[in-house]
Design a protein around this ligand. Structure first.
Ligand code: SF4
Length: 397
């Protein structure tokens, strides 16, 4: 391998390590409750096996418990009918099957449902269920952090300092609690329709800045003996943490969405400040090498339409040039205003023209209908009152 390629590989590895080390500063709380019991949700099979071995139980119990927790969705050991009463009691003394606490649940006039979940340490994050308007299915938009480091200009969440990362139990727990709300247990199998049919990691936070917890949670979600959502039903959205995109692609193989929002570095540096670190050329190059993308599994580019800022015909044509040859789809998102936001939504005519230019170039460019606007559940509107207890740490990106 030529030395310059080695240098790039080394740099990327160093970058990855830097991101993971920084992420550890914002670790979620431990799995143990105040009374010493431990939450089994969010443990992988090995960890579950170790917990059970520590109380003298055989390895086959892992499969049994996994089934009850992730397929049947029970939260009470006494409902595990294949487990004898003495063991149910022993488990209940030592463990819980937790859920985040849905402190506020709001349902929009368009049936979108927003949950404000409170976690054990009192921190909060939002989750949104967006039902398909015509079919019995829908997407659960999950948060990966409380707050966000990235301060994207058009995003309300970005005005909230990063409080902490969410742990794997809290990430899986959002999906499980949303399922509780719709009574969708046991996990639908095979062709049985699922109301909660896909996961989009597009809620609060940048998932690739919390990769360890996000990847662990997604592996649990994808396990075929539990929740059983395939990687094709999971979309990870990133603002462009380039070194981690390669890793997520190789290890998880989920669908990729990229918050693009601008076609020049000059403008993207403003709208998505992470661009100063990983500019558009590097981002698009990472998309081009993202494994598994094809016309059947296209990379989604999210593009928020801001009046007079990024919505011209010339920018539409530049977008086409940038992503030419990629199996791609562009989601055009009319801007969802929030209190204090400095932008306006593009006119319908500007959005339609932009969409037409991109579609005429053979790239699908649907205009996303805003969902849940009346309950502030639409894209970029999520925010909680959670604050970091210590002096806010501003993490340079
Ligand atoms: S768009 Fe995403 S990455 Fe950017 S500030 Fe909002 S939550 Fe953070």
């Amino acid at each position: 391998m030529p030395p310059e390629v080695n240098a790039i590989t080394d740099l990327t590895k160093a970058e990855r390590e830097r991101i993971l080390a920084k992420s550890a500063l914002f670790d979620p709380p431990d799995a143990a409750l105040a009374d010493g019991r431990r939450d089994l949700v969010g443990m992988d099979r090995e960890e579950l096996g170790a917990e059970l071995a520590a109380i003298g139980e055989k390895p086959f119990r892992v499969k049994q418990l996994w089934h009850w927790i992730y397929h049947q969705g029970v939260t009470d050991f006494s409902r595990m009918s294949s487990i004898a009463r003495p063991l149910q009691e022993k488990l209940a003394e030592r463990f819980v099957i937790g859920r985040p606490d849905p402190v506020v649940v709001q349902t929009s006039t368009d049936e979108t449902r927003k949950f404000l979940f409170r976690f054990r340490d009192g921190q909060e994050a939002e989750t949104v269920y967006i039902p398909d308007p015509v079919e019995d299915r829908g997407a659960v938009c999950i948060s990966s952090q409380v707050g966000c480091t990235l301060s994207c200009r058009f995003c309300h969440t970005g005005t909230q300092t990063l409080v902490r990362n969410l742990g794997a139990p809290e990430i899986v727990g959002q999906f499980m609690a949303a399922r509780d709300s719709y009574g969708e247990w046991p996990s639908p199998k095979g062709e049985t329709p699922r109301l909660l049919s896909t996961i989009v990691l597009m809620g609060m936070g940048e998932p690739l800045y919390n990769y360890t917890n996000v990847s662990k949670a997604m592996r649990i979600v994808m396990d075929g003996e539990g929740i059983g959502l395939s990687r094709r039903r999971i979309t990870l959205s990133t603002s462009g943490v380039v070194p981690m995109m390669d890793r997520a692609g190789a290890e998880l193989g989920v669908n990729l969405a990229v918050s693009l929002h601008a076609v020049t570095n000059e403008l993207r540096d403003v709208l998505v400040p992470l661009n100063r670190k990983y500019p558009i050329e590097e981002l698009i190059a990472a998309c081009r090498r993202y494994p598994g993308s094809s016309n059947a599994r296209r990379i989604t580019f999210e593009y928020v339409m801001l009046k007079g800022v990024n919505d011209s015909a010339a920018e539409a044509r530049e977008l086409v040039r940038l992503i030419a040859g990629l199996p791609a789809k562009v989601n055009l998102i009319p801007f969802n205003p929030w209190p204090g936001s400095q932008y306006e939504t593009s006119t319908p005519a500007a959005v339609a023209k932009f969409s037409r230019i991109v579609s005429d170039a053979g790239i699908s460019a649907p205009v996303r209908t805003p969902r849940g606007r009346d309950i502030s559940a639409a894209c970029g509107q999520l925010k909680t009152d959670s604050k970091r207890e210590r002096t806010a740490i501003s993490v340079p990106v």
